[in-house]
Ligand binder design. Structure first.
Ligand code: PNS
Length: 170
């Protein structure tokens, strides 16, 4: 089976992530969306919350499965028998970090290929950290994130007067 893994922190998932996932899923029999626990990034949302939001947003995609992981990505790929990693690329600013990760992963297993999906133009400016900042000040979120994510951001930040201390960066 042609299976690929799309990893990320997804804190929270944005319309840009969903665009990349949807487009990538058309080219593989199965796409595993892998949510990294990433405690060093102090995520705003717990792993279970990030999984729940992704599951709600992707419930109509039959060949997409959402899982959590806390290991090396190449080890996860071995576990699932996947030889493809999917990453989104927004701008040149993403390139250096993504290039480094792809090379590291390749060094660990050259059979696993990283494929980059270019962000659609309307999402090139979107980032989870930007969205958290907009949410923290009570800004308009509806064009940036799907409805289940907007609801949870509003729950976290209320009307945006107070920033929760745990608001991590991604
Ligand atoms: O959405 P992000 O934060 O850019 O995702 C980063 C992620 C989760 C893909 C990356 O941190 C990762 O692959 N973590 C798993 C640990 C690992 O394999 N590290 C070695 C490659 S850098």
């Amino acid at each position: 089976m042609k299976l690929a893994i799309c990893p990320g922190t997804f804190d929270p998932v944005t319309n840009g992530h969903l665009d990349v996932i949807t487009r990538a899923a058309r080219h593989f029999e199965k796409l595993i969306v892998a949510v990294a626990a990433n405690p060093e990034k102090s995520p705003l949302f717990k792993t279970e919350e990030r999984l729940a939001m992704l599951n709600e947003c992707l419930s109509d995609k039959d060949n997409v499965e959402v899982i959590a992981f806390d290991s090396l990505l190449v080890d996860l790929a071995h576990e699932y028998g996947s030889c493809a990693i999917i990453k989104g690329l927004r701008a040149m600013s993403d390139f250096e970090f993504e290039f480094q990760m792809a090379q590291l992963n390749r060094q660990m297993d050259e059979q696993i290929e990283t494929f980059f999906v270019m962000s659609s133009p309307e999402y090139t400016y979107l980032s989870s950290s930007g969205i958290k900042e907009v949410a923290s000040y009570g800004g308009q979120l509806s064009y940036l994130v799907p409805e289940p994510v907007e609801t949870r951001l509003l729950e976290k930040f209320g009307k945006g007067r107070e920033k929760p201390e745990a608001a991590g960066k991604e």
